[in-house]
Design a protein around this ligand. Structure first.
Ligand code: 5GP
Ligand code: MN
Length: 325
């Protein structure tokens, strides 16, 4: 008698980026190739620049279909948790995953896993979760099953998480994996275009406004800071995905070692940190702003007003003056 198919859920962190959604849909498309059905559940919505990914129309947004998503997670036999390692990163869905009786598999590259999973493919010495999905398929001896769809999803996450193969997380294995994915049909120019040349006019005007009118250069700390109010988000009709990458601009300025953006998302002031050199962005985010992340790319949040958050940030910088000088 044929075994019933396992019910598989794939989930990833809130406001998924190209690595989060690319690894989820890369795995979804791979399982499909293996004859195994699965469902991707995203805790929230995500930017339009990811809509091209094969399988994207099947993704269930937990915020929009909470009852259905909850039932799927509760009835799952396996839950794959991709590109995050702490359940608070998937908001309300976190408790439902925690309480689910099934086996949980974490595939991730962030520091300090919380340890909720039964199985883990985890290392920080890798470019991205998409590269880990490639390794996962390789470990299974199934790279011949990689189709153009799978390759395209995985290429997208590797390319974006390494900042276009520029960050220190770009290893020989990264280029070996992307070379293999290109051989399988991923088209780098088309993927770059789909992700980076698909923004709204309002996003471009918003970036211009932020760089021209809002960016502060704190020379004493070699730091660039942009604070965005809730009114400004409304004025520029900023939607999910529109502020993606804005924090990186500050780091392009000669001598700048830390670039920070504080955005008033109404429920909280969300912060992004990007650093160069010895500044531990994740430690800083953890210590002052209830956050964390990678050594040079981290995030956090604050419940204070945007003005108070800005002030607290500037005061905290003083503790790191020698590292930033
Ligand atoms: P981003 O600035 O792109 O939102 O986040 C950069 C990195 O910081 C992400 O890879 C993520 O791991 C981490 N991160 C962002 N926000 C938070 C947060 O609130 N808490 C923790 N622990 N990590 C965060
Ligand atoms: Mn990632």
């Amino acid at each position: 008698m044929a075994q019933p198919s396992p019910r598989i859920i794939i989930t990833t962190h809130h406001k998924p980026d190209a690595d989060a959604l690319g690894s989820s849909l890369g795995l979804y498309n791979f399982l499909k190739e293996m004859g195994i059905a699965s469902t991707v559940v995203s805790p929230t919505d995500y930017g339009d620049f990811l809509n091209w990914m094969p399988g994207e129309t099947t993704v269930i947004n937990f915020e929009r279909e909470e009852a259905k998503a909850t039932q799927l997670v509760q009835e799952a036999d396996f839950i794959f948790c991709l590109d995050f390692n702490a359940l608070k990163r998937i908001n309300k869905l976190g408790d439902i995953v925690r309480e689910a009786k099934c086996k949980k598999v974490m595939i991730d590259h962030h520091l300090e896993p919380e340890g909720f999973a039964n199985y883990a493919l985890w290392t920080t010495q890798v470019s991205s979760t998409c590269e880990l999905i490639y390794q996962f398929i390789d470990i299974l001896g199934e790279t011949d099953k990689i189709t153009k769809d799978i390759a395209s999803c995985l290429y997208a996450g590797i390319m974006t998480d390494t900042g276009g193969f520029r960050h220190s997380s770009t290893y020989p294995s990264t280029h070996q994996a992307t070379a293999a994915l290109i051989e399988k049909g991923a088209e780098p120019n088309k993927i770059v275009e789909a992700i980076y040349d698909n923004y709204s006019e309002s996003r471009m005007r918003f970036i211009g406004y932020c760089l021209n009118d809002k960016m502060q250069i704190l020379r004493e700390y070699n730091t660039a800071l942009i604070c965005v109010t809730a009114e400004e988000l409304k004025q520029f009709e900023i939607i999910t995905g529109d502020s993606e990458g804005l924090v990186n601009y500050g780091l392009s300025i000669k001598g700048i070692k830390l670039s920070v953006i504080i955005i008033d998302r109404t429920v909280a002031r969300k912060m992004s940190f990007r650093a160069k050199g010895n500044f531990p962005a994740n430690e800083f985010a953890r210590k002052y702003f209830n956050g964390g992340g990678h050594f040079s790319a981290a995030g956090g949040e604050s419940q204070d007003t945007i003005e108070a958050t800005e002030l607290k940030f500037k005061q905290a910088l003083a503790d790191y003056k020698t590292l930033l000088a």
